[in-house]
Design a protein. Structure first.
Length: 202
């Protein structure tokens, strides 16, 4: 039976012993040599080389994971995507301790689910309900996730005149907020309304 090959690779052909072979240079560094006579067809797939500011999977690439970041893989690009626009509202759950939220990269989605389970009228729920270009896995970023996004604030279009909520809780009355440009992080009361930027990970 002949093969149908789907690949992400660079290939070169050569002849040996009267037969033409295809050398496939795979992305993992290995090389396969396959006789062309055994192949019916070849389908090529491509993966873009991503960079901050690239429009991708419903939003804008805002941060690419680096060595030391949770989830970093030297062979596959992973990172954070922001929605192209903001929404607005309060963190919610004032007087309710959510518990279990974290600040690290990769914790925002779990934080958001924890918040939404106890508080349906919240910044986290707004993000979880957000859908764009067929992608519905958005969430409210954790403190560290937003910190990384904020490094590229101009590229992703953050409003520097406003503060932004994160999904990282501090107390039953407060949560972490990134204040406007030039000012520090604040643990602000949860019923304060300000900007919210949904993100997703890839």
């Amino acid at each position: 039976m002949k093969k149908i090959i789907i690949l992400l690779a660079v290939f070169l052909s050569f002849k040996a012993n009267g037969q033409t072979y295809m050398n496939i240079f795979k992305s993992d560094g290995n090389v396969l040599s396959i006789p062309l006579s055994t192949i019916d067809s070849i389908t090529y797939t491509t993966t873009p080389i991503l960079y901050v500011g690239y429009n991708y999977q419903g939003g804008i690439v805002a941060y690419l994971l680096k060595p030391g970041d949770p989830g970093y893989d030297p062979n596959i690009q992973h990172g954070l995507i922001t929605a192209p626009t903001d929404t607005f509202g309060a963190w919610g759950c004032y007087g309710t301790l959510i518990g279990g939220t974290d600040t690290i990269i990769g914790s925002g989605l779990n934080n958001s689910n924890l918040i939404a389970a106890k508080c349906t009228n919240s910044a986290a729920k707004l993000c979880l309900d957000f859908v764009r270009n067929g992608f519905g896995d958005w969430y409210l970023p954790s403190k560290k996730e937003f910190e990384k996004i904020y490094e590229n604030k101009v590229i992703v279009g953050l409003d520097l005149n406003y503060a932004y909520w994160t999904s990282s809780e501090v107390t039953l009355h407060t949560a972490w907020m990134k204040a406007n440009v030039g000012t520090p992080w604040l643990d602000r009361i949860k019923n304060y309304s300000t900007k919210i930027r949904p993100i997703r990970k890839f």
